[in-house]
Design a binder for this molecule. Structure first.
Ligand SMILES: C[S@@+](CC[C@H](N)C(=O)[O-])C[C@H]1O[C@@H](n2cnc3c(N)ncnc32)[C@H](O)[C@@H]1O
Length: 315
């Protein structure tokens, strides 16, 4: 076990032990396993009854999950799945189950204006469009290559209600003042929740400096989002990382900055592998609402994730 631990940056391992003292071994074990592939329905092209029928007809082995509705574990090979008509026609989208949850919590509705601020390659944009095909969704990403990937995914999934902008998210405060009912900030992060030991690329760029750099971007994006959100609007902040600096600390900073103007809301995720936000990290005690945030503990099919739900109570 030790030789494998040392493949991961030692400081990361040390920090993880501190974040999850009683669950470290369980979490570390998940870094060794390849995650079971999961996928979800694309309601724009099919419904649950016909999808399950078509999956069976295509001899796809799968298990339907009770949460989120319309999500499945793939029991066979991904390559075979990608060769089926179900996949080729875009009736499904391959997506980690943890990554499906922020959009479920945001709960997009047809009459709403929704901003997906860090949208590419579009797993959550296509998910929101599938759930609310009449919503007005604006998807923003600042990286050109990823922006094109987002466009391609929207096309493949048959999405028609999304406007895509190649833009730094810091500008939405100027471009869309108090415009959106709902905003998803699926922030760029240090991706610790997706580390996989046999794939060095998944963790070789991790550095404490990278965590700090991410925090700066995350704060800028949240700050900009506050001004683009209308009064009474809701915002979901999510990351696929464990680092408290990028999670509770960013949220604590945000609710401290906009004091009486925002409040954290409770989040209900009906799964066993979910814990409350941390109460403290190192010498710092977070304000008590931070406990309302949720941490998803990785398992054999779910990545580590962090989710916060915020309401703008006044401008
Ligand atoms: C975690 S990924 C988003 C994944 C996406 N939400 C999905 O579910 O497919 C973060 C994204 O933020 C984008 N990004 C980074 N900095 C940004 C910024 N300043 N403004 C807008 N997008 C940014 C990155 O290009 C990256 O595509």
């Amino acid at each position: 076990m030790n030789s494998q631990i040392y493949q991961l940056p030692q400081e990361f391992v040390h920090r993880l032990k501190k974040i999850y003292p009683s669950r470290f071994n369980e979490i570390f074990a998940t870094f060794r396993q390849k995650k079971i592939t999961s996928f979800r329905i694309n309601y724009l092209k099919t419904d649950l009854v016909s999808l399950t029928r078509q999956l069976k007809e295509a001899n796809v082995r799968f298990k339907e999950l009770s949460f989120p509705a319309g999500s499945f574990l793939l029991k066979g090979s991904l390559r075979d799945f990608q060769n089926t008509d179900v996949y080729r026609k875009g009736l499904v989208y391959v997506q980690n189950v943890s990554s499906m949850i922020p959009a479920i919590i945001l709960d997009p509705q047809n009459n709403e204006r929704i901003l997906d601020l860090c949208a590419a390659p579009g797993a959550k944009t296509t998910q929101m469009a599938s759930l609310a095909p009449q919503a007005k969704i604006i998807a923003v990403d600042k990286v050109r290559k990823r922006y094109y990937k987002l466009l391609a995914n929207l096309r493949a999934q048959g999405v028609g209600n999304v406007e895509v902008l190649l833009l730094d998210g810091i500008w939405v405060r100027k471009k869309f003042p108090e415009y959106f009912d709902k905003i998803l900030v699926d922030a760029p992060c240090s991706v610790e929740g997706t580390f996989y030991l046999p794939n060095k690329h998944s963790y070789k760029y991790w550095k404490p400096r990278k965590v700090k750099e991410m925090v700066r971007t995350q704060k800028k994006l949240l700050h900009s989002s506050f001004f683009a959100l209308r009064e009474e609007g809701t915002l979901i902040y999510s990351t696929c990382t464990f680092s408290p600096e990028e999670n509770e600390e960013v949220i604590d900073w945000f609710i401290g900055k906009f004091k009486d103007k925002v409040e954290l809301l409770p989040i209900d995720i009906p799964l066993d592998n979910v814990t409350s936000g941390l109460a403290r990290w190192k010498n710092r005690k977070f304000s008590s609402p931070c406990r309302l945030c949720k941490r998803i503990i990785p398992n054999d099919f779910m990545e580590g994730f962090f989710i916060a739900k915020i309401k703008k109570v006044s401008v």
